[in-house]
Design a protein around this ligand. Structure first.
Ligand SMILES: Cc1cc2nc3c(=O)[nH]c(=O)nc-3n(C[C@H](O)[C@H](O)[C@H](O)COP(=O)(O)OP(=O)(O)OC[C@H]3O[C@@H](n4cnc5c(N)ncnc54)[C@H](O)[C@@H]3O)c2cc1C
Length: 405
């Protein structure tokens, strides 16, 4: 059983179903509706983590990931999953500076510190939003940006085609001696192993099934993201990348571009502004973002654009270093007193999904007890086709609750 239909749960369930396991994936809401659909979709190869001047542990851990995604998205024979249906928004992202000497130095350090191909380009060779830039350095980084909803749809297809079941509902997990069951909607299903991949919901599940788990197992890092959309007659140019701050490991702005349900261009803005803007009201955050955009992209006129914000928490596993430290890699914790039957997973980043998948498969292979009688496989057969496939969550800029100004 997999609880949580974000990237960690879907990727793990797809791999397990393809390996012949009877997989039931449950999400309490629409699929991807936690962090996954709200992510910026950047398949980082580590460039962001070198901005402080050194190749950090995070940069090294992440360096293999883009190659594995590339294999999956091009259906290479080495790929674990065929993700050729995932939509690529941009094959690359760009680092640009604000023109100060320090920013230029930072870009140069970043360019030499990691394995990802980085090369200096002229504004006209960069994405559209940088075409009119003058007097700044721009570097192209071969780190693609993907559309998260198409990723979720592709993973669902793989799970269902391999015989897995995906369901929406509030699971009530019971673990008593050797009997492990989940009550879901109108059914009770027994299971051998459970992967807790519920992001922000993992702590509540841990409290439910293993109250003695040493706490806290997870931490939340709040963000206050900004969205910008074009209005009629004033289209936003496509932008993918980071505006680099002076000798800092955090970009001032990280911007990705999508189209909304009405075919308007929408920017999704994160980076340092999203971290430092947590205590600001939406109006103050928009004002701060307008000022940052004016400094980082002075050649653009956004007076006609509409703005909104999104508050969202990153959910991460606690690292051995203690609460508050940012993990460099996925955090995976066998659940206290249920070590061989429950694993809690926080991928830390979307891009780490292949690594999460490896570790989940390894753990399940070691611990999953084949189903006996009618409790396991038979139960799942009976569920197939019983519930509709849950919907995929809307993108933040398409949500009814988003308030534009
Ligand atoms: C604003 C933002 C931007 C990001 N940008 C990037 C990026 O560009 N690149 C990158 O690599 N990473 C990025 N990340 C990180 C990445 O999005 C996350 O690490 C990843 O999506 C986490 O996936 P997950 O499957 O663990 O959790 P989630 O995507 O949060 O999924 C958890 C699911 O569990 C469900 N759930 C919760 N509780 C329960 C319950 N009790 N029962 C059943 N279901 C439950 C939820 O409904 C949800 O669907 C970003 C994160 C944020 C917040």
């Amino acid at each position: 059983m997999v609880i949580g239909g974000g990237i960690a749960g879907l990727w793990s369930a797809a791999l397990l179903a393809r390996r012949g396991y009877q997989v039931l994936l449950i999400d309490r809401g629409p699929l991807g509706g936690g962090q996954t659909v709200a992510s910026q979709g950047i398949l980082h190869g580590g460039i962001k983590y070198t901005l402080g001047g050194a190749a950090t542990a995070a940069a090294k851990a992440i360096a293999d990931m883009p190659g594995r995604w590339h294999a999956a998205m091009t259906s290479a024979s080495s790929a674990d999953l065929d993700l050729s249906a995932v939509r690529s928004l941009s094959p690359a992202q760009y680092l640009w500076t604000t023109g100060s000497l320090f920013s230029r130095v930072t870009a140069r350090v970043a360019a030499t510190a990691i394995r990802t191909a980085v090369r200096r380009v002229e504004p006209a060779q960069a994405c559209e939003g940088l075409h009119r830039a003058t007097g700044i350095d721009i570097h192209r980084v071969d780190e693609p940006v993907i559309e998260p909803r198409s990723l979720i749809a592709a993973l669902c297809d793989i799970i269902v085609q391999a015989g897995g079941v995906i369901s929406q509902g509030e699971p009530r997990v019971k673990t008593e001696l050797n009997l492990r069951t989940v009550e879901l909607n109108d059914a009770t299903v027994s299971f051998s192993t459970v992967v807790l991949a519920a992001g922000n919901g993992n702590q509540q599940l841990l409290d439910q099934i293993a109250p003695a788990q040493p706490t806290p197992a997870m931490q939340r890092r709040p963000l206050h993201m900004v969205m910008v959309r074009s209005t009629t007659g004033a289209p936003l140019p496509a932008l993918y990348g980071h505006c680099i701050a002076a000798l800092s490991d955090k970009p001032r702005l990280t911007i990705t571009t999508q189209t909304d349900a009405s075919e308007r261009t929408a920017w999704y803005v994160g980076g340092n502004i999203a971290e430092t803007g947590v205590d600001r009201s939406p109006a103050d955050q928009i004002a701060a973002a307008r000022r940052e955009v004016a400094v980082c992209l002075p050649w653009l006129d956004l007076t006609a654009a509409q703005w909104a914000t999104l508050r969202i928490d990153r959910a991460e596993g606690c690292t051995p270093g203690g609460e508050g430290q940012r993990p460099d890699q996925p955090v995976m914790i066998p659940v206290h007193s249920l070590e061989s039957s429950a694993l809690a997973v926080w991928p830390t980043k979307l891009v780490f999904a292949p690594l999460v998948g490896d570790r989940v498969v390894e753990w399940v292979t070691k611990n999953c007890v084949p189903a006996s009688g009618n409790a396991g496989a038979g139960g799942l057969d009976a569920l197939r086709g019983r519930w509709p496939l849950p919907p995929i969550a809307a993108l933040p800029w398409d949500r009814e609750e988003t308030q534009w100004t």
